[in-house]
Design a protein around this ligand. Structure first.
Ligand code: UDP
Ligand code: MG
Length: 327
């Protein structure tokens, strides 16, 4: 074991209505951090940041209490609920440290591999992805929807790290580059690989949520998946164009065939179905096309407003533990 202290790290945990789980999460993280410091993988001044994403329960009180009790805990309270990706971004922008590790409050991600992440960091990697080696603890629906998302994203040419959620380590250099991305449609899993910095992966097993319920409803999951796809690819727009051309050609052929039937065959009267079905078909196709195009226009609208991605209401703890910069 070396005597040189390790890097100062920050552990960033977004929390939305996690009052039940926080004491347990804090205890486990404090223990893990203590171990990392003993192994010289983390240095003194390392902090655990809980970001309260507009919780409606006693989450902030719990965070304040924990910050008062433990000097290694700090809290950041956002003004309202911004959503997981934004709360995480807020934490990454506000936290101090040479390396930041992000993870969920429910500790479904094995905190035992933070040490492995730091070892990779110490060999010069700027980004270390935590990758799940199995999803046995996820519900069947969650596994199925994740598989569908990755399949679709792959087909659309979006590069994401498979089975990697937002459990990752980022160096200060990576955070600095990340801060230059201001997109309103934030999808960190898509942006981080775009930074292009040296990266590594560590694998772990994802476990059940310790307590409380998943804050990711079906609606939120679909919205995250759509954001991931539409923020990184304009393929759906091209797909619509291609489909339009295809339908046009098919209807042209059908028209010629109908003309042929009317001129050269007897009794070939086009019936009700051949009139009405194309109307429904094209109507549906057009609505779909307008919807997808609208999705992009809406995205552009959100981006041009350049609203702040998060707003901090207050902070607690931490500061007394931050060593003064030498000189
Ligand atoms: N979360 C958040 N804001 C939200 C929803 C979730 O900060 O609007 C946090 C939540 O407290 C947790 C993490 O994001 O720490 C992941 O949420 P959850 O565990 O509910 O998602 P799942 O693991 O089911 O995908
Ligand atoms: Mg979870």
């Amino acid at each position: 074991m070396t005597s040189k202290p390790g890097p100062r790290i920050g552990i960033v945990v977004p929390c939305c209505n996690e009052e039940k789980i926080l004491p347990l999460t804090a205890a486990r993280l404090l223990e893990a951090l203590g171990q990392l410091i003993r192994e010289a993988l983390a240095g003194p001044g390392s902090l655990i940041y809980f970001v309260d994403d507009g919780s409606s329960d006693g989450t902030w009180d719990e965070i304040s209490r924990l910050a008062e009790q433990h000097e290694q805990i700090a809290g950041i309270k956002l003004t309202r609920n911004f959503g997981h990706q934004y709360a995480l971004y807020a934490g990454l922008m506000e936290a101090e440290g040479d390396a930041l590790v992000s993870l969920d409050a429910d500790l479904q991600d094995d905190i035992g591999v933070i040490g492995d992440m730091l070892r990779e960091f110490l060999t010069g990697k700027d980004i270390v992805y935590g990758v799940r080696d199995d999803r046995a603890s996820d519900t069947r629906f969650k596994r199925w929807s994740a598989a569908a998302h990755y399949w679709f994203a792959d087909k659309l040419g979006i590069s994401t790290v498979r089975n990697h959620a937002d459990y990752r380590l980022m160096s200060r250099a990576a955070i600095r580059l990340l801060s230059r991305y201001h997109e309103a449609n934030l999808y960190l899993r898509g942006i981080v690989p775009l930074l292009g910095l040296p990266s590594a992966e560590v694998t772990y097993r994802r476990t059940e949520r310790l307590a409380g319920e998943s804050k990711y409803s079906i609606g939120k999951m679909i919205s995250l998946s759509l954001r991931g796809i539409t923020s990184f690819s304009i393929m759906p727009l091209r797909f619509i164009t291609a489909m339009g051309i295809l339908v046009f050609i098919i209807s042209l052929i059908l028209g010629l065939w109908a003309l042929h039937a009317a001129l050269f065959r007897e009794g070939a009267v086009p019936g009700w179905a051949s009139t009405v079905i194309p109307i429904y078909l094209l109507g549906g196709l057009q609505l779909f096309a307008i919807g997808v195009a609208g999705e992009y226009i809406g995205k552009t609208y959100m981006e041009v407003k350049r609203r702040p991605l998060y707003l901090v209401e207050s902070r607690c703890g931490g500061s007394k533990n931050v060593p003064d910069a030498p000189g």
